[in-house]
Design a protein around this ligand. Sequence first.
Ligand code: VGL
Ligand code: ZN
Length: 201
Amino acid sequence: MKTLIIVDPQYDFMPGGALEVKNGDEIVPVINSISDKFGLVVATQDWHPSGHSSFASSHEGKKPFDKIEWRGMEQILWPDHCVQGSKGAAFHADLETNRVEAIFRKGMDPEIDSYSGFFDNGHEKSTGLSGYLKEKNVSELYFAGLAADICVYFTLKDALQEGFKVNLIEDAVRPLNADDFEGQKNELKTKGVQILSSKDL
Ligand code: VGL
Ligand code: ZN
């Protein structure tokens, strides 16, 4: 079954949001135009408690995009974003969600950040997404969402590691940092990710 995974289509990643991705809202009509081509559609949602450890505001003297060492890993500090229940954490209202069967939330542990929809950044805890897909006998995944170089990228890498066939719908994602994303696309291609356009579906 062809499955679409929409990563973090939330206001805080759209223009005007707390962690805005340039032209991020342009993915919404693209996703709406393709979702009926999939047998299963799921989404992920960045869903942080206020005061989350990934927020610069939680660390004295730090500002957004500073890097710190956190639990033995490098952590980029972000502006406060996707706080549970806030407008910024909500899906863009123009995104058609009727066919979204399940939403996997992440980043809820105050001490641990979670870019991937499958696991937190330290691979300590699973969201259950992999087991959910495997129980439904899904083998091939197509990805859309924000931000291409952060949460989409890390979700794709975990999807490969979990043994799924992985496709990236290039016009249904937008990066925070376009240069980073170019390099990541090359890496993903060598690892077997197929990069395609919504028109090819
Ligand atoms: C994201 C940074 C922090 C994303 C989430 O969805 O790409 N980026 N939290
Ligand atoms: Zn986040």
